[in-house]
Write a protein that binds this ligand. Structure first.
Ligand code: GLY
Length: 405
């Protein structure tokens, strides 16, 4: 049977139409888009205030509403990339040169971390900052900083374990890997694309596969920390550091995993990562009330004992919303719609006075009510830079459904 050119063209159009996923049917709500427009403007004003709270070499960390005290960090703190990243996202929305100037200034302070081999957090630190800078205005110096950062991060990979080491330990036989580490892999994929060196890609894939094997429980909730035997790679302990208990589901850990495996699917198109992300989404979305509040802002740990009086974690919610707004594009129509709707609910709630700080308050941060490290008694019910960063990113992702960019 012969196909005419018309036939072939028709089939090609049909296939293209079928392969465009549910994203074409996701309809952003006008009212919410208007809310986000105002949020971006408010965030712009807040970040000008935030910029006034830091010294020349400092990065904002949090603000304590009870004592009205600002807490800042140096560039080595794992969150140092979120402040420049948020400034750059906001500049894209509002075109306020003052924010771009501040972003460029603080990127200069951060740049030295490209050589930091003592942290697994380089993905957060350098990709959320220089990654966004290079995305919006590609420059050879940004690329070099990102490549050096990927090189530094790769030095923490151990092929016997099959993971990048998260935390150093005093005990030389410990090899600690935390679920958060999934978020540092995006930098490695970028580095392989940029340099053609596949070793970064292979490290990312191996790390993700080891994480699927050892970090996840049968219900697709995640342990926070796996301690491997540094010599043999055997699992020694499965435990928590920032969660309620070793066997609990720490909310932000679930969000990091969801986001991380969604990126894994984007970068590899390997369906096992899509399945993993969707299984994590199921755990998050179907957790029974009261563990899953109607406003979709999770308690800081799904198993905290004092639910429904436990604290909520806006940061986990913001990360989840941003991840779902990507995952919905890869999922089948029904699931995709559920992810999109959940993200909408989260973002509506975060935009409400229950979470979004009044202008001129909150030390300049956008969102209130996140939980950093409950067991350590630090950063409890406070604003955090990464809650703001992923909130802005999620709103940007939602906006992009209007034009299907
Ligand atoms: N360890 C990173 C976090 O607190 O999520």
């Amino acid at each position: 049977m012969k196909f005419s050119r018309v036939h072939i063209t028709f089939c090609a159009i049909l296939l293209t139409a079928l392969s465009v996923n549910a994203q074409t049917s996701f309809k952003p709500q006008n009212q919410l888009l208007n809310t986000f427009k105002k949020n971006f403007k408010d965030a712009n004003a807040q970040y000008k205030l935030l910029a006034k709270q830091i010294g020349p070499q400092e990065f904002p960390k949090t603000y304590h509403p009870d004592t009205k005290k600002q807490e800042n960090s140096n560039s080595g703190w794992w969150c140092s990339g979120f402040y420049p990243g948020s400034l750059l996202y906001l500049y894209e929305q509002n075109h306020d040169e003052q924010l771009l100037t501040e972003a460029n200034r603080i990127l200069g302070v951060l740049a030295k971390e490209q050589y930091n081999k003592n942290t697994h957090d380089l993905g957060f630190m350098m990709y959320c900052s220089f990654g966004n800078a290079n995305r919006t205005e590609p420059k050879p110096e940004y690329k070099q900083i990102l490549i050096n950062s990927a090189k530094s991060l790769s030095t923490r990979f151990n092929p016997t374990i099959g993971c990048i080491k998260s935390w150093d330990s005093k005990n030389p036989s410990d090899y600690l890997v935390i679920i958060d580490n999934m978020m540092n892999l995006e930098l490695l994929f970028w580095a392989t694309r940029e340099t053609g060196d596949s070793s970064y890609y292979k490290i990312a894939v191996t790390h993700a596969n080891t994480t699927i094997k050892n970090h996840y429980r049968p219900d697709y909730s995640s342990y926070h920390v796996i301690n491997y035997d540094a010599q043999t790679g055997a699992v020694k302990e499965k435990k928590t550091a920032q969660g309620f208990a070793n066997e609990s589901a720490w909310a932000r850990g679930q969000a990091w995993g969801l986001y991380g495996f969604t990126v894994m699917y984007r970068e590899t198109k390997d369906k096992k990562y899509l399945d993993q992300a969707q299984n994590i989404a199921r755990f998050i979305l179907t957790n029974p009330n009261p563990n899953q509040p109607a406003d979709k802002i999770p308690y800081w740990d799904y198993n905290a004992t004092n639910i429904p009086n436990a604290l909520k974690d806006a940061s986990a919610a913001a990360i989840t919303a941003s991840a779902l707004l990507e995952l919905c594009k890869y999922a089948d129509n029904n699931k995709g719609q559920e992810y999109f709707n959940t993200a909408e609910t989260i973002l509506k709630t975060l935009s409400s006075p229950a979470y979004k700080a009044p202008l001129g308050t909150n030390g300049g941060f956008i969102l209130e009510h996140s939980v950093g490290h409950f067991p350590a008694g630090t950063e409890i019910d406070v604003p955090l830079t990464y809650a703001d960063y992923y909130f802005i990113e999620a709103m940007k992702r939602y906006d992009e459904f209007v034009t299907n960019k």
